[in-house]
Each structure stands twice: as structure tokens, then as C-alpha cells.
Design a protein around this ligand. Structure first.
Ligand SMILES: NC(=O)c1ccc[n+]([C@@H]2O[C@H](COP(=O)([O-])OP(=O)(O)OC[C@H]3O[C@@H](n4cnc5c(N)ncnc54)[C@H](O)[C@@H]3O)[C@@H](O)[C@H]2O)c1
Ligand SMILES: O=C(O)C[C@H](O)C(=O)O
Ligand SMILES: [Mg+2]
Length: 539
């Protein structure tokens, strides 16, 4: 502090004063104008982060009033830039880091969290596969924060009960280890045995320190995503967003998309054939969940599995391939014995899919030739390029509309704007787990579910699919409009609570006697709202 500033502060005992005519203005509009004056997504992210620190109530008020503008900044795609640059844009402590060096005393570290046992929902990442951006190590924290902002904005979870955690276990990305500003531990990631020990201690400690907590695993690399879901799904109240949340949201969009595509083709729903381009945690998670599309129609497991084809970087996945990773085996084809099919065009010609889903992280993998081929074999092709962020999306919406002459039924992981084609406006869907996880988490919290069961996840998808209004249905949408996310999350949470009751995992039996309408009203009444302060800035 300079000498003059120091003496000035000594000389002025008064506290700062709000400008006298401040209340003649709407401060929320000022905040929006300030936000819009920033030129890049990252600058907007930093601005919003500062606003949240200065005045969280105002931050959530502005978020709730401007979801379509603000979610793409706090969440995909801009949160991807925030993570990639986190060590450089860092301003203040947020969230909780638990490092590999805390092994042996993780409980003590968790006990430092200010909310203590009041915490209800944690999003936990180890930073090893952030969106499609790879291993970002300790820079992964903003993904947990962004997801929790959606819990708060989208479902109405109370901010003080949310807990973002980044497990700092090292990184295999060399450029971070050598970056002088990198905020994480400078070492390679541990081997499986060491990581398992850490995760076992961590999850036990989470249960002890936060007995009411739901844990959402987020953006773990594929092997670990499956591994820790299997290890903890019956011991802890937890789920994996990339496997189950994505599976659920895509099942939901697919239920609506298949209805449109089958009606256009005049074929039964059960004739759908789905090709997955990308067979990681998300691809296989979604493929497993989409089995329910067929089983709900009455098909047996084998028949349902036969409608699903998976592709990875080596081509169509077949059972005879050597060294096939465990998670790819279930959908590996046993009915193809020709030469390996490696090009997407050849695979489409062989499979003749009604739906092409991308979870590959390969930008523009759905080329003009691919999209036109899909349109030539389907009256209304279903094309869901689901990789995030936009920079890794398999095809842009405007191209998909143009190359299919508007017939495409489209949902992408990251947001796209509506496009006009030959005088008609087309609206894309956003097939992102953000529609689902807030409702699953809220339902699990309110019912105090011991575990999160498959049927809770499936019922969440069915509730989301059924939540479209007449107007949304007549616009051929496959997901509801995001502006309604609070209502939708309440409907999903209600369905999740009912499923928890059916599975007898609800520890809170109070809702069992409520009618569906009364339960929905109860859930809505539980949603936290920022108090409208007329937006007087906090001093
Ligand atoms: N929309 C959503 O809600 C949502 C949810 C979860 C994940 N995702 C996105 O899905 C993507 C994948 O996530 P993941 O965890 O499964 O990652 P991952 O790295 O485990 O999986 C990527 C898969 O793509 C395959 N692949 C890579 N290059 C390929 C190529 N050239 N041709 C064909 N296949 C190729 C890989 O073999 C692998 O099977 C990410 O971009 C992520 O952001 C989206
Ligand atoms: O974070 C998202 O936008 C969706 C998903 O969880 C992902 O990993 O891409
Ligand atoms: Mg994710």
C-alpha cells in the first residue's frame, strides 16, 4: 500500500456508501452489461467468478434469470477453457482439494470443509478426463464447481450444502508438471493399487464426515470411471455422471427422437439400430442405458444388444479383436467375420443405422459424406454428436441441417443456436447430462436413498422424456427448453424418489403416503431461491 493510500484510509473512518440513487437502477442489468462487455468466454467466466465471490445471492439471481446466456459460460463449452487455464486464472480458494499426500489422514482434510455434515451433494473429479480435453490434473476443479452451479440453479439445491472436490493425484500431462504456475502436485498419476487405496480411504471418510452426502463422480478417465462406480455403488450413495447421467439423458432424448424418426419412416420403434462412434465411459454408459429403449418395448436382452453397434479408434468393435478392453466386450459383435471395418462410411453401409451417436472427442468426424449417407438411408436420421466442448463436437448443427435438407433429428452435448434453412427455423436439442443429474441428485438427497439404483436412473430418463410441453412437442424437440430446468428437475426428482421407494432404498419413508402431485409440490417447495434483494451489492 502506498504511503498516501495508507494515510487516506486512516483518515476516513466512514464505511463505503452505496450511491444515494442506486435503488433507482436495476443492478442486475448493470451486471449483465458488464458481463456482455467482456470479449472472450474466459473473461466472462472470470467476471462471473468474481461476482459470485462478492455477492453469491446476486450471482444466482442473475444466473436464474438468464440461464441460456450464462450456463454456457459456467458450464460447457467455456468451463473447458476455465479448466485448461485454471492455474493461470486462479483468484481465490474455492472447493476442496484432497491430494495423494493426504493418504492416511483424509478424514481430517474433509473435516476442514466449512459446511461440515450439512453438505448434501459433492461433485468429485480427479481431473483425469475433463470433457474431451484429457488429463488436466488439479485444473479440473471448475468442472465440479460448474456442475454444482447447475444443482443450485437447475434443481434449487442450497449453495451452502454443495461441495466441489478435486482429487489431486498428479497428472500425466507433462506441460502442467513443468508449468511454474501449475497448482497441483508435480508427479505422475499413481498406479491402480495406490489409487484404489486412496479411493477406498476417501470414500469411507466421505461417509463418516458427511453422512447425508450424495457423491457424483465426474470426469474420471474411462477405466477408473467404471472401476470406482462398481466398487462404490452399493457402499456409498453415489453415481457416475458420465456413465449414468449421460446414459439417462440420452435415453430420454432417444425416446423422443425414435418416435419422430419411426413415425416418419412408417416403421416400428423396435426397428431402431444404433451406431455408437466412441466407446469410452460415455459411449458404453449410454449404450448400456439405451438397452432399456428396447427392453421397455418388450425385446429380450440379446435382441436389444443386437441393435447396438460400437466403434472405437480401430473401427467396428468385434469380439475377435485381440486385447479388447473389458468395458468394450459386452457390445463387441459376434456376427461379423469379414475384414476389419475401419472407416465410418463402410461401417454405416454395413450397419444401416437409424441413429448415429458421437462420443468420440473427434471434431468433425461426422463429415458431409457421413451425414448425407445417414440421410440417404433414413427419412429422418437421428444424429447426436455428444462430445464436449464444442471444439470437439462431431458435427456442427448448421451443417447437419443443411446436409440433410432439414430432416435431421439432432442433439449435441454442447449448446448450438437455432439455424434458419430455406426459410424455416430449426431448433437443436442439447443432449447433456445437465438435464438429468440435478434431478437425480435432488431425488437421492430428499429420499435419503442408501444407493442410487438402476431404476432411479431409468425413471429419471422417462420423466425427462415425458416433460415436454405441447409447444415443445409440436416443434419436434427431443428435450424440453432449458429455461424450464427447475420444473423439469422437480419432476425428475419426484420420479427418482418413487423409484427409490420401489427399490426400498429410501431411508426417508415420509413421502410414501403422499400422492404424486403432493410429492411434486413438496419437492418444488424445497427448491432454494436466491432472496431478491433488489440487488443491493453486499459491502
Ligand atoms: N453430452 C454429454 O452429456 C456427455 C457426457 C459425458 C461425456 N461426454 C463427452 O463424450 C466424450 C467422450 O468421453 P469418454 O469419457 O467416453 O472419453 P474416452 O476418451 O474414454 O472415449 C473416447 C472414445 O472415442 C474413441 N475414439 C477416439 N478416437 C476415435 C476415432 N478416430 N474414431 C472412432 N473412435 C474414436 C476411443 O476409442 C474411445 O472409445 C467427451 O468429449 C465428453 O465430453 C458428453
Ligand atoms: O460436462 C459436460 O458438459 C457433460 C459431460 O459430463 C462431459 O464430461 O462432457
Ligand atoms: Mg463429465
Amino acid at each position: 500500500m502506498s504511503h498516501s493510500a495508507f494515510s487516506l484510509s486512516l483518515m476516513s473512518p466512514s464505511t463505503p456508501r452505496i450511491p444515494p440513487y442506486f435503488l433507482n437502477t436495476d443492478h442486475r442489468q448493470r451486471v449483465l452489461a458488464q458481463l456482455r462487455s467482456k470479449h472472450t468466454g474466459l473473461e466472462k467466466y472470470i467476471y462471473l467468478n468474481g461476482l459470485k465471490e462478492r455477492d453469491p445471492n446476486l450471482f444466482y439471481e442473475v444466473l436464474l434469470g438468464n440461464m441460456l446466456e450464462i450456463i454456457p459460460i459456467l458450464y460447457t463449452p467455456t468451463v473447458g477453457d476455465a479448466c485448461s487455464n485454471y492455474s493461470h486464472i486462479w483468484r481465490r480458494p474455492e472447493g476442496l482439494y484432497v491430494t495423494i499426500e493426504n493418504k492416511g489422514h483424509i478424514r481430517q482434510v474433509l473435516r476442514t470443509w466449512h459446511a461440515g455434515p450439512a453438505a448434501r451433494i459433492a461433485v468429485v473429479t480427479d481431473g483425469s478426463r475433463i470433457l474431451g480435453l484429457g488429463d488436466l490434473g488439479a485444473n479440473g476443479l471448475p468442472i465440479a464447481i460448474g456442475k454444482l452451479d447447475l444443482y443450485i440453479g437447475g434443481a434449487g439445491i442450497k449453495p451452502s450444502t454443495t461441495l466441489p472436490i478435486c482429487l489431486d493425484l498428479g497428472t500425466n500431462t507433462e506441460k502442467f508438471i513443468t508449468d511454474p504456475l501449475y497448482l497441483g502436485i508435480r508427479r505422475k498419476r499413481p498406479d491402480t493399487a495406490e489409487m484404489d487405496e486412496f479411493m477406498n480411504e476417501f470414500m469411507e471418510a466421505m461417509k463418516d464426515v458427511f453422512p447425508q452426502l450424495v457423491v457424483q463422480f465426474e470426469d474420471f478417465s474411462t477405466d477408473n470411471a467404471f472401476r470406482y462406480l462398481d466398487m462404490f455403488r452399493t457402499k456409498n450413495r453415489c453415481f457416475n455422471d458420465d456413465i449414468q447421467g449421460t446414459g439417462s439423458v440420452v435415453l430420454s432424448g432417444f425416446l423422443n427422437a425414435a418416435r419422430l424418426s419411426s413415425a416418419a419412416a412408417g416403421t416400428p420403434l423396435s426397428d431402431q439400430r444404433i451406431l455408437f462412434f466412441g466407446a469410452g465411459s460415455a459411449g458404453i454408459g449410454v449404450a448400456k442405458q439405451l438397452m432399456s429403449f428396447f427392453t421397455l418395448l418388450g425385446l429380450g436382452e440379446e435382441e436389444a444388444r443386437g441393435r447396438i453397434y460400437t466403434v472405437d479408434s480401430k473401427g467396428l468393435i468385434t469380439a475377435d479383436r485381440k486385447g479388447l478392453q473389458e468395458h468394450k466386450k459386452y457390445f463387441a459383435r459376434t456376427d461379423y467375420d469379414g475384414p476389419a471395418l475401419t472407416s465410418l462410411i463402410d461401417i454405416i453401409k454395413y450397419v444401416k443405422p437409424t441413429a448415429l451417436l458421437g462420443l468420440s472427442t473427434i471434431r468433425n468426424a461426422f463429415s458431409e459424406e457421413v451425414v448425407r449417407l445417414m440421410a440417404s438411408i433414413n427419412t429422418r436420421p437421428i444424429i447426436f454428436p455428444l462430445s464436449n466442448p464444442v471444439s470437439l463436437c462431431e458435427v456442427d448443427y448448421s451443417d447437419a441441417v443443411q446436409w440433410t435438407n432439414g430432416s435431421v433429428i439432432f442433439a449435441s452435448g454442447s449448446p448450438y443456436k437455432a439455424v434458419e434453412f430455406e426459410g424455416k427455423v430449426y431448433e437443436p436439442g442439447q443432449g447433456n447430462n445437465m438435464y438429468i443429474f440435478p434431478g437425480i441428485g435432488m431425488g437421492a438427497i430428499l429420499s435419503k436413498a442408501r444407493h442410487i439404483t438402476d431404476s432411479m436412473v431409468e425413471q429419471a430418463a422417462i420423466a425427462l422424456a415425458g416433460s415436454l410441453t405441447e409447444d415443445e412437442l409440436s416443434s419436434d424437440l427431443v428435450y424440453p427448453r432449458l429455461t424450464r430446468i427447475r420444473d423439469i428437475s422437480a419432476q425428475i426428482a419426484t420420479a427418482v424418489i418413487r423409484a427409490a421407494q420401489k427399490d426400498n432404498v429410501d431411508e426417508n419413508g415420509l413421502f410414501r403416503n403422499l400422492s404424486d402431485d403432493a410429492l411434486l409440490e413438496y419437492v418444488k417447495a424445497k427448491q432454494w431461491q436466491p432472496t431478491s434483494t433488489h440487488s443491493i451489492p453486499r459491502l
